[in-house]
Design a protein around this ligand. Structure first.
Ligand code: NOJ
Length: 572
């Protein structure tokens, strides 16, 4: 690898400005990807050392979760300085090298921006704590007077996504409580910024330019739907009396809360879009938008707003033919109305890995992880055939399950601590990746004491073990991405539903070169014979339970086992 000081100088990336409309983007959770210095925590040099792996996998871009200076109270989503790198993860030189080396391999680099809140260690919040009430430093955050005679009660009833009140009392430098409270929709160390303040707007425009000028291709926007709060900060009539259920960011009724998906948030993205469009090629955005339906989601993709946003509604459809098909239809229709491609995702660093999520649960409560893997592979293959772009989360290409038995004292998720150990299971999908070998740290680094402990039964899930094994999950991903890239039918474009029996969902993607792709998923457990007119020209399948069978009275047709997906080439 040859380092370069000029990220733009070595560019082998897809030159088209609309690469994002069909890209496969791989999410890197940097602390858990690869550890270069043996401290048990992944870092940017570790990621750079593994770029060949990602290029060979066939992804178009990488999105990297935050690596800014941070106390890491929420895995880096608590940013203390948006213009510097956490020393445990690397340096600015490392980031420049990451961009240059990614571009040289044809991959774009998307960073993560966190505009809803800063860390309480950010100089702005420290300035607030050190200054007199009412000084300009107080106007950068959502600060209100408490309720009650001594203003000792929170200003309203909003709750933190991580449990407990969404408000904390501001204390004087001597530790005395004041009558003022600051909002934190997440951890107490993540105070919410006040987006009514023009200084906040100016600061974030400047941060965007800072990184765009360094060659970054775009940003994933954290809590993109949460920046603007309803005027007057009214109490929310929580639909569930049960505190546990009040946490979900995305349940239908919660999504209508006065702190989510407010119309005013769109003005911010119009402003940001004009910053991104100053660049050549234009920089791009992907919103983390937990909204109740595809119509609300597509609003974020209007032509002068964000390019893409995660479609979590499809992810929630789960292993259900009718729900999948309905969500796909609604998503396509709503995105078409604004001229934007949908963005599909099945796993990320906040969610139970889809191998485990999709695993059937037996009467004793045990999950069948073998069937979970079979379903996850089928779901991935089918989803990769949908129009638009797709995000993959590190380790899903290896078929990693969620780690459900982390020792309590290893857990880091702030929601775990704030809920008294009843919630906050996000650590289970953040366990460091197994690269090689038979025991921890599986080539992740040189120290077996990784920041989250790895299971002892991952020897068969390492990159080294799976590479070259045609039955492995990794080889299925590699094949699918290779075919997707080569096919004019996949990526952006249209979709035609095919009439399919029972629990089968099937569609046809027309190719511009006369070769279509028929994509089929059998969500049932029984074997199904597909119509002969779909052909038997198999491109890739999620299990080897597929075969072309002849019939006595007609052309051969495909027979597909349960919980299996496949792609067929079809001549149009
Ligand atoms: C969403 C991020 O994905 C999650 O990891 C984080 O805890 C919250 N936003 C708060 O920043």
């Amino acid at each position: 690898m040859t380092p370069t000081s000029d990220p733009a100088a070595q560019t082998a990336v897809d030159p088209s400005a609309d690469w994002w409309r069909h890209a496969v983007v791989y999410q890197v959770y940097p602390r858990s990807f690869a550890d270069s210095d043996g401290d048990g925590m992944g870092d940017i040099p570790g990621l750079v050392s593994r770029l060949d792996y990602l290029a060979d996998l066939g992804v178009d871009a990488i999105w990297i979760s935050p690596f800014y200076s941070s106390p890491l109270n929420d895995g880096g989503y608590d940013v203390a300085d948006y213009r510097s790198i956490d020393s445990r993860l690397g340096s600015m030189d490392d980031v420049d090298r990451l961009v240059a080396e990614s571009h040289a391999r044809g991959m774009r680099v998307i960073m993560d921006i966190v505009p809803n809140h800063t860390s309480s260690e950010h100089p702005w919040f420290q300035e607030l704590l050190a200054s007199e009430p009412g000084s300009p430093a107080w106007d950068r955050y959502v600060v209100r007077e408490g309720r009650g005679a001594d203003r000792g009660q929170p200003p309203n009833n909003w709750r933190s996504v991580f449990h407990g009140s969404g408000w904390s009392q501001i204390r004087t430098p001597a530790g005395e409580p004041t009558g003022s409270w600051y909002l934190h929709l997440f951890d107490t160390t993540q105070p919410d910024l006040d987006w009514d303040n023009p200084e906040v707007h100016a600061e974030f425009r400047d941060i965007l330019r800072f990184w765009f000028d360094r060659g970054i291709d775009g940003f994933r926007i954290d809590v993109a739907h949460g920046l603007v709060k309803e005027a007057g900060l009214p109490d929310f009539d929580y639909p569930h009396p049960d505190e546990e259920k009040q946490q979900a960011m995305f349940e239908d009724d919660i999504a209508h809360a006065p702190f989510w998906d407010q119309d005013g948030v769109h003005d911010i993205y119009r402003e940001w879009r004009s910053v991104a469009d100053e660049y050549d090629p234009p920089r791009v955005f992907c919103g983390e938008t937990w909204v109740p339906n595809p119509e609300r989601l597509a609003r974020y993709q209007r032509p002068d707003e964000l390019h893409t946003s995660f479609n979590f509604i499809y992810l929630e459809a789960g292993w259900n033919a009718a729900a999948m098909r309905r969500t796909i239809d609604e998503t396509l229709a709503n995105h078409a109305a604004v001229g934007a491609p949908p963005t599909w995702v099945l796993s990320n660093h906040d969610l139970v890995r889809h191998r485990t999520r999709m695993a059937p649960v037996d009467v004793s409560g045990a999950r069948d992880l073998d069937r979970g893997l079979r379903r996850a592979r089928a779901a991935t293959l089918f989803t990769l055939s949908l129009p638009g772009s797709m995000y993959l989360y590190q380790g899903e290409e290896l078929g990693l399950p969620e780690v459900v038995d982390l020792p309590d004292d290893a857990r880091q998720d702030p929601a775990w601590h704030r809920s008294g150990g009843t919630d906050g299971t996000r650590d289970g999908c953040r366990v460091p990746i197994p690269w090689s070998g038979d025991a921890p740290p599986y080539g992740f680094g040189s120290d077996s004491a990784t920041w989250l402990p790895q299971p002892h039964d991952w020897a068969d899930l390492t990159v080294t073990r799976e590479l070259g094994d045609p039955a492995s999950t990794l080889e299925m991903y590699r094949a699918a991405l290779r075919i997707r890239r080569a096919s004019s039918a996949l990526g952006e474009g249209s979709l035609l539903w095919l009439d399919a029996p029972g629990d089968v969902v099937a569609l046809r993607r027309p190719g511009r070169d006369g070769t279509d792709v028929v994509s089929v998923i059998n969500l049932g457990t029984g074997t199904v014979r597909l119509p002969a007119e779909w052909g038997t020209d198999l491109l890739v399948s999620s299990s080897d339970d597929v075969a072309a069978l002849s019939t006595d009275d007609g052309p051969p047709s495909m027979v597909v086992g349960g919980e299996t997906a496949l792609w067929l080439a079809a001549t149009s």
